[in-house]
Design a protein around this ligand. Structure first.
Ligand code: C5P
Length: 222
């Protein structure tokens, strides 16, 4: 994306893991450094976009010139995203949202002797699928991290969640994925796909934004 490619375009990005408390000292979470989402926020600002970043707990510096909102749970991320998603031209869901949360949160630390070893869970809402179902929906881009059958799972998610684009990456490979500063992506949309080769997440973010802009123009020719 060149410096002005996203001039004045409003982009909403969610990034990082969510944390689902069990009691005051314990939680369930997903592995996610937030690096890809933060790199996308930085690349979008550099291309002239107006960026809001809704972030789960990560150990990353706050990007410059980004409206940053920190959340913890999937429900908080859902509320923050859904309440404003229809004000944005693009939504990129790069967060590793916990699919389930403990059905009950204990006010006191659970003691070993009272612990029966069973945690009842309930499903969290699907944030990106909800954004994609809004009447005034933005251009919606999802991520899929998979250990197997990447193309099949990614294209199924593209269709079932009604996304405009999905960026899929392998996890558990020797290079790329969690915590890594580098990654490779296989990007799918209805009727096409493109491979973005292994590189640092900053470069990858620029390349993905360029693809998003191309696809938006193809979808809505001026
Ligand atoms: O189904 P899966 O979690 O693999 O789909 C990944 C995509 O869905 C990502 O873009 C992720 O941010 C989004 N997602 C979501 N809300 C959930 C679960 C996943 O927005 N509860």
């Amino acid at each position: 994306a060149n410096k002005l490619a996203l001039q004045g375009i409003k982009i909403l990005i969610s990034a990082g893991p969510t944390r689902e408390p069990l009691d005051p000292v314990r939680y369930i979470t997903n592995r996610s450094s937030g690096k890809m989402g933060y790199a996308l926020a930085e690349a979008a600002v550099a291309a002239g976009a107006e960026v809001t970043l809704i972030s789960g707990p990560v150990n990353l510096p706050s990007p410059m010139s980004v409206n940053l909102l920190k959340v913890e749970t999937a429900q908080q991320m859902f509320d923050a995203v859904i309440s404003q998603a229809d004000n944005f031209a693009i939504y990129i869901g790069a967060a590793a949202v916990a699919d389930y949360r403990p059905a009950e949160i204990q006010n006191h630390k659970i003691k070993k002797q009272h612990d029966d070893g069973v945690i009842a869970l309930e499903k969290n809402p699907d944030i990106i699928a909800t954004v994609a179902s809004l009447p005034n929906k933005p251009f919606v881009v999802g991520f899929a991290a998979e250990t197997d059958d990447l193309e099949n799972y990614a294209t199924t998610k593209l269709r079932s969640k009604n996304l405009d684009m999905i960026a899929a990456n392998w996890v558990g490979q020797t290079e790329g994925g969690f915590d890594s500063d580098r990654n490779a992506l296989q990007v799918y949309w209805s009727g096409g796909s493109q491979h973005l080769a292994m590189t640092d997440k900053k470069q990858l973010a620029q390349q993905l934004l360029s693809l998003i802009i191309e696809r938006m123009h193809e979808k809505n020719p001026a």
